[in-house]
Write a new protein. Structure first.
Length: 480
């Protein structure tokens, strides 16, 4: 994925075919500025040398020197409160530290805790076991930007996710960091396309009627042109990293689908473009899909066009409010159609004998003002406590990161790396002791024991912990 950010046609290195020769000379901090991609700055960090092996500490030290250099040359963009830099786990590809990943992770997190930068850093991991190993090594106090109350709520939601009790409801606010418009901005952009007056009134469906009427047959193409971005933001990626099976969005764009492709391995369904299948994750696009333009709901006429189908889709949302804990992110809770759905749910809940139990969902808002505007209050209402939307958006990303951590450390994912030899040299004493015990059991198990029908279950457990064998049948161990 990182090669896509490099200029085309770079020659291969004579020392290693996995390396490419970059243009120009690095700065004293080991940084080479590369051409921007999708209007985003790209830098290459030189963290290893071709003529000698580097230690994990050396690679992390050089990475941090490069980050410090870039932090001094960049500014926040697109409404962010602070610049954001994404990078892979350094040195673990062709950098010579593939089998010392655990040590790299330990050194990286220790340096992160000990150093303050004027930028936010996102460690982007495409390997599930890298993700699990990083999450397992994080500490409870690694989220200093969150208040104690926000940490507690993030942990509560993470525990619900780990137990399979959490569902997601995503609004337009989730896609704003990607540069996509919210509902109001979309209507203004469509009005400009149509040469119509700006939308007027509190009801967006009614306000859209004259604009859409003037666009005529061009409406679908206009919407597609404004929303058809095959990108996703940090918020989408964090939400996709939570193992939530059921998701609903009012958004037409494909940002969440893009984010789901990596952690779900494309094993997810988009309703109603597809039907739900078995235990696969699914995303219901309740207001339509930019890839199916005739399904998009913009006006009151669109809402009334297929009333039976609309009731079926709304019933899914009502079911989630009754049977799971629904987390609202980027949604204002002012949409009249949602409020009608929610009111019916509240009436059903009011008749329940245990109606004093927990709320049916949690709503996240960037600021206290955002919560005040919400017209559905039968939820756990939670503000990021920020003075501005930009700072609130940053705190929200940190909150979601904490939620992901809380969920992943309680799930089966938490130990997927334990018997993978690439992480052995960085294990804690207790994890190392368990690893040695289990691998010793495999090595000493007799053919008779392995012929038992129960051994298949043992093998399944071992594989879930990252165990693999060499071609000769011996367990893979870390290199010394």
């Amino acid at each position: 994925m990182w090669r896509d950010l490099l200029p085309a046609g770079l020659p291969a290195s004579q020392f290693d075919p996995g390396w490419l020769v970059l243009p120009g000379e690095p700065s004293a901090a080991g940084v080479i500025a590369l051409p921007a991609v999708e209007n985003r700055a790209v830098w290459a960090f030189v963290t290893v040398d071709v003529d000698r092996d580097a230690t994990p500490k050396e690679v992390v030290d050089r990475t941090w020197a490069a980050l410090k250099y870039v932090a001094g040359t960049t500014t926040a963009r697109e409404g962010r409160a602070a610049p954001l830099i994404g990078l892979p786990l350094p040195g673990t590809g062709h950098g010579g530290l593939r089998t010392r990943r655990g040590e790299v992770i330990n050194a990286f997190l220790e340096r992160h805790r000990a150093t303050t930068l004027d930028v936010d850093v996102a460690l982007v991991l495409s390997d599930r076991r890298d993700f699990a190993a990083v999450q397992e090594r994080r500490h409870d106090d690694d989220w200093g930007d969150l208040t104690g109350e926000l940490r507690s709520h993030a942990d509560r939601l993470g525990h619900l996710a780990a137990r399979g009790e959490l569902s997601l409801f995503l609004g337009a606010g989730v896609s704003k960091p990607v540069g996509l418009p919210d509902w109001s901005e979309l209507l203004k952009a469509l009005a400009k396309e149509a040469g119509a007056d700006a939308p007027v009134g509190d009801d967006p469906y009614r306000a859209a009627e004259p604009i859409i009427e003037k666009l005529g047959g061009y409406r679908h193409e206009a919407v597609r042109r404004l929303l058809d971005k095959h990108l996703h933001g940090v918020g989408h990626a964090l939400l996709a990293s939570i193992d939530v099976r059921r998701m609903v969005t009012t958004n037409f764009d494909s940002c969440m689908e893009e984010a789901l492709k990596a952690p779900a391995g494309e094993r997810f369904r988009v309703l109603t473009r597809q039907l739900a299948a078995g235990g696969s994750r699914w995303l219901l696009k309740i207001n339509g899909d930019v890839d199916q333009p005739d399904s998009i709901v913009l006006t009151e006429g669109d809402l009334e066009r297929y009333p039976d189908e609309r009731r079926a889709l709304e019933g899914v949302v009502q079911t989630l409010l009754l049977t799971s804990h629904l987390l609202f992110v980027g949604f204002s809770l002012t949409d009249k159609n949602f409020l009608a759905m929610a009111e019916a749910v509240s009436k059903v809940r009011a008749r329940a004998q245990d109606r004093e139990s927990s709320k049916p969902g949690t709503a996240l808002a960037l600021t206290a003002e955002g919560l005040e505007r919400a017209q559905y209050k039968d939820l756990e209402m939670l503000s990021m406590g920020a003075a501005s939307s930009a700072e609130g958006a940053r705190i929200l990303e940190i909150f979601l990161d904490r939620l992901v951590w809380a969920a992943s450390t309680e799930s089966e994912l938490a130990t997927e790396y334990l018997l993978d030899g690439r992480y052995a040299s960085g294990l804690s004493e207790r994890d190392g002791a368990l690893r040695d015990l289990l691998i010793g059991m495999v090595e000493t198990a007799s053919p008779q024991a392995k012929s038992s029908s129960g051994w298949k279950r043992v093998e399944e457990c071992l594989r879930s912990l990252g165990y693999a064998e060499t071609a000769g049948g011996s367990p893979i161990r870390a290199k010394a």
